[in-house]
Design a protein around this ligand. Structure first.
Ligand code: XUL
Ligand code: CO
Length: 436
């Protein structure tokens, strides 16, 4: 029996449509800069918020109505939920999904039992993938919910817990590979500290590097070729997460010699928690060729925590797509909705409204970003701003032909240096507004 009988396939009806269950901007087959929207955006639906989110918060119990869920932690319930998830994703027309091992299947009393549960549910995921053509963008192991991970998974002070985490990741990699996963994510849920007084930071980071090398070794053994992604986030749940922002992650990857297999999965609200914009984090990772995928949600400027809201801000999606286009797209990563409906949006239909809105916001951002790029006005203005580097001493410096001394001599030999030009920030901002 269908879980969403009142919803058919969500289709593109264009900006004039008044149908809340239709796309106004996301037209999967429309070509933008040589690729279809579907190929550019590579939308992915997350299993955890969408199918396991209860709506509970630190102040109150769950609110979500999910009629298909019998409320038990049985494997049969998990298998049934998996079928519902695919009905939902298929109706939305999203090409990908992503999961944590523990949201698709219940954790057992032992690691062996957890593995068995995971295998039983993975069989249904595989069947459903084959039935619908929906693919796995990435899998990840939950190394943060169970109390055993209170001190971390790969950065714990307890070597047995590290071993447990290793066993869990091995299995999750095996299942991700079996399901054709195109990437594998590590979000360092509790890989960080609450106080440095009790923390051997060097040992913890060395162990994290060791853990990732073990993952690479195992991937090679089973032939998993997907990209490994680490997901920057500065705090929450710990006071300081080791993967605090793109720069810290990239430094870590370089220090532990992992850049050939790892890239970053950048998430908007994590960027803002780190005191950066999403655009900054994307550009920083992109320029170093380490931009792998994005988690597409947003925060709330008035709330200081990770609210994981659906993205509806066209400026945000424009900025994201602008940077993604600049670096040649996001494949084999994707635009993954790591977002949850609000606690008050408790009906199943709200899941559709939320995703349709997010997908439309991204499609619109893609079109706006492509229009900005096609006109080239902004790019020309940036080029002009740096014009002094294309001639004379600027060109010589960039060609490596100068030293402090030779530059001092150059300046001493001139009566005046070239005057600065205006930065024209307001004009830049006005121009962006013209495309929105
Ligand atoms: C947590 C977060 C995670 C990761 C996957 O803030 O973003 O859901 O995306 O573990
Ligand atoms: Co995320």
């Amino acid at each position: 029996m269908a879980a969403f009988p009142e919803v058919g396939k969500v289709v593109y009806e264009g900006p004039q449509s008044k149908n809340p269950l239709a796309y106004k901007w996301y037209n999967p087959d429309e070509v933008v800069e040589g690729l279809t929207m579907k190929e550019h955006l590579r939308f992915s639906i997350v299993y955890w918020h969408t199918f396991r989110g209860t709506g509970s918060d630190p102040f109150g119990a769950g609110t979500m109505i999910r009629p298909w869920d019998d409320g038990t932690e049985s494997v049969a319930n998990a298998q049934n939920r998996a079928r519902v998830a695919f009905e939902f994703i298929e109706k939305l027309g999203a090409p990908y999904y992503a999961f944590h091992d523990r949201d698709v299947a219940p954790e057992g009393a032992t690691l062996a039992e957890s593995h068995r549960n995971f295998e039983e549910v993975a069989k249904v995921l595989k069947e459903e993938q084959e039935r619908t053509g929906i693919k796995l963008l990435w899998g990840t192991a939950n190394l943060f919910s169970n109390p055993r991970y209170m001190h971390g998974g790969a950065t714990t002070c307890n070597a047995d817990v590290f071993a447990y985490a290793a066993g869990q990741v091995r299995k999750c990699l095996e299942v991700t590979h079996e399901l054709g996963g195109e990437n594998y994510v590590f979000w360092g849920g509790r890989e960080g500290y609450q106080t440095l007084y009790n923390t051997d930071m060097k040992r913890e980071l060395d162990n994290l590097g060791r853990f990732f090398h073990m993952a690479v070794e195992y991937a090679d053994k089973i032939g998993f070729k997907g990209t490994f992604l680490i997901e920057p986030k500065p705090k929450e749940p710990t006071k300081h997460q080791y993967d605090s922002d793109a720069a810290a992650c990239i430094n870590f990857l370089r220090a532990y010699d992992l850049t050939d297999r790892f890239k970053l999965n950048i998430e908007t609200n994590h960027a803002t928690l780190a005191g950066h914009s999403m655009m900054h984090e994307l550009d920083y990772a992109g320029m170093q060729r380490l931009l792998g995928s994005i988690d597409a949600n947003t925060g709330d400027l008035l709330l200081g925590w990770d609210t994981d809201q659906f993205p509806t801000d066209i400026y945000l999606t424009t900025q994201i797509m602008w940077v993604l286009l600049k670096y040649g797209g996001i494949a084999p990563g994707g635009v993954n909705f790591d977002a949850k409906v609000r606690r008050e949006s408790f009906e199943p239909i709200d899941l559709f409204y939320a995703h349709i809105g997010g997908m439309d916001a991204f499609a619109r951002g893609l079109k706006i970003a492509a229009a900005i790029r096609a006109d080239g006005v902004l790019a020309d203005m940036v080029k002009d701003r740096y014009e002094s580097w294309t001639r004379g001493v600027g060109q010589e410096i960039e060609a490596g032909q100068h030293s402090l001394e030779s530059l001092e001599k150059y300046v001493l030999g001139k009566s005046e240096i070239e005057p600065n030009k205006s930065g024209r920030q307001e004009l830049f901002e006005n121009l962006v507004n013209q495309y929105i």
